[in-house]
Write a new protein. Structure first.
Ligand SMILES: NC(=O)c1ccc[n+]([C@@H]2O[C@H](COP(=O)([O-])OP(=O)(O)OC[C@H]3O[C@@H](n4cnc5c(N)ncnc54)[C@H](O)[C@@H]3O)[C@@H](O)[C@H]2O)c1
Length: 188
């Protein structure tokens, strides 16, 4: 998920820094994306100069500190509340530009992720759907303490990445998965 979000962000013109606890993961992600863009160029579906630009905007980060100047930090680690909470807790001291912190999640409570942080207003959620480049909807989830400006910023950025943002409340399964499950229930 981190790789594909890096893809749409780089394609949207952002300078993207990729960080992972496993150092080789970011290099692999960058190589996979470069190969994918090259393939599109070979097939005539992507301009060669655009592909050069996408690749140049994608850079691995060796440490979390390398992200300190980022305006937006998108977390896409494993779907575990304890891991996401601990990550956000440690991030809070690192970032100079007071970025928004969207968590990528399909089920965790954004309110719970932000609880205990000094700035829960900056924490919100993005819920993308696979395959992300083709599934153009993204839920922007506000926790109980999320600032309106955080959601506005993430909504605008989702549009910049070519997606259609929909505002979701911090309720179980948000909108799409909740509705999908209800529709899948057997009729009696
Ligand atoms: N895969 C999907 O289809 C999908 C769809 C919607 C939402 N999501 C959500 O996206 C998130 C990521 O899912 P995924 O399938 O990409 O998981 P994944 O396990 O494939 O990737 C998670 C990555 O996070 C890294 N990581 C773990 N702890 C870290 C830490 N503390 N700091 C930095 N990096 C760390 C891991 O090394 C791994 O590379 C989850 O919250 C998931 O629910 C996934």
């Amino acid at each position: 998920m981190g790789q594909v979000i890096a893809q749409i962000a780089a394609q949207a013109g952002s300078l993207v820094r990729l960080f992972d606890v496993h150092a080789d993961a970011t290099g692999k992600a960058g190589n996979a994306l470069a190969a994918q863009w090259d393939k599109l160029v070979d097939k005539g579906r992507l301009d060669r100069l655009l592909a050069v630009g996408h690749k140049a905007r994608l850079r691995p980060a060796a440490t979390l500190e390398d992200l300190a100047d980022c305006a937006l930090v998108i977390e896409a680690v494993v779907e575990r509340l304890d891991v996401k909470k601990s990550l956000f807790f440690h991030w809070r001291v690192l970032f100079r530009r007071k970025p928004c912190w969207p968590a990528i999640t399909s089920s965790l409570s954004i309110t719970a992720i932000g609880a205990g942080l000094k700035h829960p207003g900056r924490v919100a959620g993005y819920h993308f759907f696979n395959p992300v480049p083709l599934m153009k909807v993204v839920e922007v989830i506000a926790g109980l303490k999320t600032d309106a400006t955080t959601c506005i910023g993430l909504t605008e950025y989702a549009r910049q990445m070519g997606h259609t943002p929909v505002q979701a409340m911090d309720t179980p399964s948000f909108i799409v998965n909740h509705a999908g499950r209800a529709a899948a229930a057997p009729s009696v």
